[in-house]
Design a binder for this molecule. Sequence first.
Ligand code: IMP
Ligand code: MG
Length: 178
Amino acid sequence: MPDAIIQGKTFTPFISAKQILEQVANIAAQISLDYAGKRPLVLGILNGSFMFASDVFRQLDIEAEISFIKLASYKGTTSSGNVVTSIGLEENLQGRHIIIVEDIIDTGKTLYSFLPEVYQRQPASVRIATFLTKPTALQFDVKADYFCFEIDNKFVVGYGLDYDGLGRNLPELYVLKD
Ligand code: IMP
Ligand code: MG
C-alpha cells in the first residue's frame, strides 16, 4: 500500500481493510448475542461513524434499528474541545436499548457532553461502540463497551475518519507520518 497524501500531509498505511472487517465482524457477532430479542436502536454519530456503523449494522443478525445524529467537535489535527452541533435526535429513546456508535474516542469530550442528553430521554440501557479508542488521550470519563482497535495517540484517517473533510473514503486506516 502506498502512502496517502491529503492536503499536503503524508499518511502511512496502518490497519488493513481485512483486519478492520474481521474486527467489525467480531463486534457485530457480540452485539447480536448481547441484544437478541431487545431490538436495539443503533445511534450512529455523523460524519465519522457512517462507514463503521453501516458495516456493523449490516452484520447484525437480530432485529435492530438504526438512526444517525450529528455532533461536530473537531477541526484539523487537534480537538477543539467544543461540541458545536447536536442535530437530528428525533427518535423516542424511552425504554429503548441504545447503542451509540462513534468512529473514535479521543479525549472523550464529545461523548461525555452528549451522554446526558441521551440519559435524559430515559432509555432502558446505553452502550457505546467505537471503531477506535486512544486510551492515552482520554480526559473524560467515557468507556467503550465495544471497540475494534486501541491505538496510540496519533492522528489517523480512513474508514470514515477525516483530515479536514478528506480521506473518509479510504477503505483502510492510515496514520499521520511524523
Ligand atoms: P473526542 O471528543 O476528543 O473524543 O473526539 C472525538 C472526535 O474527534 C471523533 O469523533 C473524531 O471526529 C475526531 N477525532 C479524534 N481523533 C481523530 C483522528 O485521529 N482522526 C480523525 N478524527 C479524529
Ligand atoms: Mg466524529
